[in-house]
Every structure is written in structure tokens, then in C-alpha cells.
Design a protein around this ligand. Structure first.
Ligand code: ATP
Length: 372
């Protein structure tokens, strides 16, 4: 198929047929992507899937093998890095160690002989809440503070798009969490397009309004964090974002918006949003926290799907929830996360149980989807 022509009326960042090959290896494969202006966009995927290469092409640090990059209708595919209104914050912030924080942030503006440098630096340091640190050297700041200096230094150039390549990768977990909230606040305040590259699904889900899941050089699925979580379109996305039970089944028949599926001899209903043919094999996906666990015959979630014959094979108490592994009659172990309300009954290893879930919580994935 011919890639659609860049649309001069689109005000965001648009990638069309973007491809990057290194010798015989295709790192980014015919990527089509629209990043809305002003969005906090996450490019999420496992190591080696092509995220950084994509980002480097947007930054102008890597020349595409083919395809185009347009920003607000303007073709920047081959523009020099410093000629495009794009700035990058890397995981290694590379601050100048001999300059203080104010001078670090001012550096680019001074070189361009900009006016009102001090006022602009002040404004940026306010934004990242480092006013009080202006006269310190980078080595006197914490990792999180240094990261915020790097952010201020990139934002002071007033880019239209800010690229963040695993910017929190060097921080410990607690600092990461607080920087995630901080980054989100700053993005909302400045209203610029942020494109955040990460392999951490929780980080992407926490911060971004739109997430594109990348796998082996292509976008598997794109949507809001909730859409991707509630309605993954492939087993890859289902497993990469949180945990899923995936149970093999055969489509029996469909009603308006539910299909009936034979799941190892048990009839269950699953919502559908695209065509399935009777007899198709597929996966029934159900998140562990959507499964209810009860005593045999208890029919907890009637008129939901009831799956008898389970036996508890493992119990882990993790504070907010109790996580069970339940061995099913067909040999598979399913994960069940039961909220600890204080009133919920705890089950122990070896106990027989019955699982149930409401049809709308499950999703159906075709085998064909994954065979691609
Ligand atoms: P990570 O999270 O580990 O950085 P990534 O998704 O960002 O991974 P990329 O850095 O984009 O992945 O790399 C994608 C693939 O392209 C990898 O298999 C990598 O080895 C390959 N690659 C990247 N740059 C080059 C290069 N200059 N020469 C050859 N192969 C490269």
C-alpha cells in the first residue's frame, strides 16, 4: 500500500512509512504514527524493539532508510538536528560539571546570544522547582534534581516536541515514582508534546495519555492506558501491560456482542468487537484481579462465567491483595488476585475452589492475530 501523503493540516508529529535498516536488519519497519500536538505520548516496548532508533530519527540523529517525518505539516525528515524544533533529554543527563545549575540551563541561550537569558533561566528553574539550587554544581545535586536540570535545559529552547529517552532509568524506584508525577505536572504546565521512550509499562501507563506498544520494529497497538489494559489486541500487549491469564478456547457461536466459547469443555461468554468465525481457535484473556474465587458451588458472580474444579496450588499474601495460583482441571495454572478487604475469606493450598468472572471483563484474541 502506498503511504498516505503527509497532511499539511495535521498539527502534530506524523511518521509515515518510517523505516530504518542496519545492513540486512530492519530495526524500524514501515512505521505509521500520529502523535497529537500537546500530548504526553509513550513509546513502550521491550529492549531492542526499535524505540530509540525511532526517537533518534525524530531528533535527526539517525537518517531514515525510507519514509517521512512531518511536524505541523512541515517535512523534517532530512532536516539537521539543530534545525528542527525538537529537543532530547537522555538518561545520562550530561550536565557540564564545572558550571553551576543556572549556567548549565543558560548555556544554549547564551551561545545563541538570546535576550533576557537570566529571566528565562529563572522561569525554567521555577518550573522544575530548583530556584534554590541555582548556584550549586551538578555534583551537589541528587539524581532527580540533576534530571530536572537536564529537563530545564531542554525546555528553555522552547522546542515543539520534547523527546525523553528512558530519562528516569538511572534513578532508584522511589525517586522514579516522584519524578513521574513531576514530569507529568511539567508537561501539563508547558503544554508541549512529550514523547517518552521506556520499556517500563508502569511508567508509560502512569504518565502518558497515549501509549504506543512497539514490538520488533512495528507498533502492535496504540491507545489510552485504560484501552490497552482493558482491550489488548494481541497476547504480546496483554502480557506486556500487566498480567493476563490466557486460556485456549474454540468459538462456538456469536450473539450480538458476545461470543460463546468452548473453554476446555466449559461454555463461557466473551465480548467481541470484531469478526470471529465459528470454530476459530483463540485465547480467552482475563486479568487476575477480575477473577473471583469462591467455594465450590458458591456461584459468586452469577450470572457470570463459572469455572469449577480448581485447586489452590499457591498462596502469596502481598498486603493489598492475596495472590493465588489455581490449578484447573485441564492442567493450567491461573492467577487470581483477591483484594484484601479484611472480610474476604482466605483460601489455603490444596483447597478446592470455583472461579468466576463477569463476561465483560474478558477479552478474546484470535490465534491468527499472533501468527502474523
Ligand atoms: P533499548 O530499550 O534496549 O534501548 P530499543 O527498543 O530502544 O532498545 P533500538 O536501540 O532502537 O532498540 O535498537 C533496535 C535494534 O536495532 C536493536 O536490535 C539494535 O541492536 C539495532 N541497532 C540499533 N542501532 C544500530 C546500529 N547503529 N547498527 C546496527 N544495529 C543497530
Amino acid at each position: 500500500d502506498a503511504a498516505p501523503a503527509p497532511d499539511a493540516t495535521y498539527d502534530g508529529l506524523r511518521l509515515r512509512g518510517l523505516t530504518k535498516s542496519f545492513a540486512a536488519f530492519t530495526a524500524v519497519d514501515d512505521l505509521d504514527l500520529d502523535v497529537p500536538r500537546g500530548s504526553f505520548f509513550a513509546l513502550l516496548g521491550p529492549s531492542g524493539c526499535g524505540k530509540t532508533t525511532t526517537l533518534r530519527m525524530v531528533a535527526g540523529l539517525e537518517t531514515p532508510t525510507s519514509g517521512s517525518i512531518t511536524l505541523a505539516g512541515q517535512d523534517i525528515t532530512y532536516a539537521k538536528p539543530y534545525k528542527r524544533p525538537v529537543n532530547t533529554v537522555f538518561q545520562s543527563y550530561a550536565l557540564f560539571p564545572h558550571l553551576d545549575i543556572h549556567e548549565n540551563v543558560a548555556f544554549g541561550l547564551k551561545r545563541r546570544k538570546a535576550k533576557d537569558v537570566d529571566a528565562q533561566v529563572q522561569e525554567m528553574l521555577d518550573l522544575v522547582e530548583l530556584e534554590a539550587q541555582a548556584r550549586k554544581r551538578p555534583a551537589q545535586l541528587s539524581g532527580g534534581q540533576q534530571q530536572r536540570v537536564a529537563l530545564a535545559r531542554a525546555l528553555i529552547n522552547k522546542p515543539e516536541v520534547l523527546l525523553l529517552d528512558e530519562p528516569l532509568g538511572a534513578l532508584d524506584l522511589k525517586l522514579r515514582r516522584s519524578m513521574q508525577i513531576e514530569l507529568k505536572r511539567i508537561q501539563t504546565e508547558v503544554g508541549l508534546t512529550f514523547i517518552h521512550v521506556t520499556h517500563d509499562q508502569e511508567e508509560a501507563m502512569t504518565m502518558a495519555d497515549t501509549v504506543a506498544v512497539m514490538n520488533a520494529g512495528v507498533i502492535e497497538q496504540m491507545g489510552s492506558p485504560a484501552e490497552l489494559y482493558e482491550n489488548p489486541r494481541s497476547t504480546f500487549v496483554a502480557n506486556f501491560l500487566g498480567q493476563s491469564n490466557l486460556i485456549e478456547g474454540r468459538v462456538l457461536s456469536r450473539a450480538a456482542d458476545l461470543v460463546s466459547v468452548d473453554m476446555h469443555g466449559i461454555n463461557v461468554s466473551v465480548p467481541v468487537d470484531r469478526s470471529h468465525t465459528d470454530g476459530d481457535m483463540g485465547w480467552i484473556g482475563i486479568r487476575p484481579e477480575k477473577v473471583l474465587i469462591g467455594e465450590p458451588g458458591e456461584a459468586l458472580d452469577a450470572p457470570g462465567n463459572t469455572i469449577p474444579g480448581g485447586v489452590i496450588s499457591d498462596v502469596s499474601f502481598v498486603g493489598v491483595s492475596t495472590q493465588y495460583l489455581v490449578r484447573m482441571p485441564w492442567g493450567q495454572e491461573l492467577q487470581v488476585f483477591a483484594q484484601n478487604t479484611g472480610r474476604s475469606r482466605l483460601f489455603s493450598q490444596g483447597e478446592p475452589v470455583e472461579l468466576s468472572w463477569r463476561p465483560e471483563y474478558a477479552f478474546l484474541l484470535d490465534h491468527a492475530q499472533d501468527a502474523r
